[in-house]
Ligand binder design. Structure first.
Ligand code: TTP
Ligand code: MG
Length: 352
């Protein structure tokens, strides 16, 4: 048997959300549908500041991340320009990531809109897993993502970028020569603008050309560690494991009011809604919790938290709401409230 000692192929998924900040804005404001949307700075294209992202409609005009807002405005004066609202994007980020626990707990959180999953041990075929991922995210957040599947992280990340938006790309070892090698070297994780221009100067533009260099040559030019990394990467080799520090330490939701509020009814209603959403997230991902924490941020940004830990695990919305309101009672609501948050922690996998 020639394959006896060959290690089992890993199956790694990289997920990257489509036009993330812009998509979150479109989701909460249906009037933006079909319009070019640019997110950046304070949302004023006549002021300094750069584009964080633009939706696909705005990209047709050549607008890109990191471009000055003023240039974006020249390229497409009728685009809708919006300020960056990190709180909203972080909330959406948590939300989409929480749906992935239904697929596997082996998740590496690498950025606001991207994660790796290791689905080597998941029995379903790749197409089915991806359908579950996409529909779970869509249902929970209304957003779309692009997915790459490959035997390692390096190739999975390249794959997720190959078809956007709402794409799925599978790369296998046999694709390396035909699909990886024609790409510019910059596509390899770890090759930044500096290395890219150094390589260009010595006539290396594609990953294939990089792969044609000898190992000795690379070690000599780039040192042992980075040289070896480039040698392996150009061949699609990457044994690095997932770093799974994210594993559901807590499940939370928060919301920022359009206008700061001081009406107790409005605060109570929001707290109850957030608690319902956290309880639903817990149910969906199969967790029970012992601790509920609430967070209140006032208009002047003073932020208070109150937590309560129970002896037994909670899994019902009603129990969690009682605890959340017990926490709210311990806060003096003497100023207008800007933001409310609810977090469940001390989690345990539900036995049900
Ligand atoms: P990306 O995933 O690079 O971009 P994107 O999600 O907007 O679009 P794509 O469909 O091509 O994936 O980055 C994720 C978010 O990070 C993006 O929505 C805004 C933010 N960002 C910046 O603020 N500045 C930047 O220069 C980039 C590249 C991203
Ligand atoms: Mg993205």
């Amino acid at each position: 048997m020639t394959t006896a000692n060959k290690p089992a192929q890993r199956r790694i998924i990289h997920i990257d959300m489509d036009a993330f900040f812009a998509a979150v804005e479109e989701q909460r404001n249906p009037l933006l549908a079909g319009k070019p949307v640019v997110i950046g700075g304070r949302g004023d294209p006549t002021k300094r500041g750069v584009v964080s992202t633009a939706n696909y409609e705005a990209r047709k005009y050549g607008i890109r991340s990191a471009m000055p807002m003023m240039i974006a405005h020249k390229l497409c004066p009728h685009a809708v320009f919006l300020p960056v609202d990190y709180e909203a994007y972080i909330a959406a980020s948590r939300q989409f990531k929480s749906t992935l626990l239904a697929i596997t707990p082996i998740i590496e959180d690498i950025g606001i809109d991207e994660v790796y999953l290791d689905v080597s041990e998941v029995a379903d075929i790749s197409d089915i897993i991806v359908k579950r991922i996409k529909s779970g995210i869509k249902e929970k957040t209304g957003l779309t993502c692009s997915v790459g599947i490959a035997p390692n992280k390096l190739l999975a990340k390249i794959a997720s970028d190959m078809q956007k938006p709402d794409g799925l790309t599978i790369l296998i070892e046999e694709d390396i020569e035909s699909r990886l090698w024609p790409m510019p070297t910059r596509k390899l994780y770890g090759i930044g603008p500096k290395t890219e221009s150094y390589l260009k100067n010595i006539g290396i533009e594609t990953i294939g050309q990089l792969a044609a260099l000898t190992r000795e040559n690379l070690l000599e030019h780039f040192g042992n560690s980075y040289g070896q990394y480039l040698y392996d990467s150009a061949r699609g080799i990457d044994d690095s494991p997932l770093i799974t520090h994210w594993e559901a330490k807590s499940i939370s939701r928060e919301t920022t009011f359009q206008k700061d509020v001081h009406d107790w009814q409005a605060i109570a209603k929001t707290l109850a809604n957030l608690t319902r959403e956290v309880a639903a997230d817990m149910r969906d991902s199969g967790f029970v919790a012992k601790t509920v924490t609430i967070k209140i941020r006032f208009g002047d940004f003073q932020t208070l938290t109150r937590a309560k830990t129970m002896v037994d695990y909670m899994d019902s919305e009603e129990e969690m709401r009682k605890v959340a309101f017990a926490c709210l009672k311990r806060i003096d609501l003497n100023k207008r409230v800007r933001l409310i948050g609810v977090r469940a922690s001390n989690l345990e996998k539900s036995k049900k």
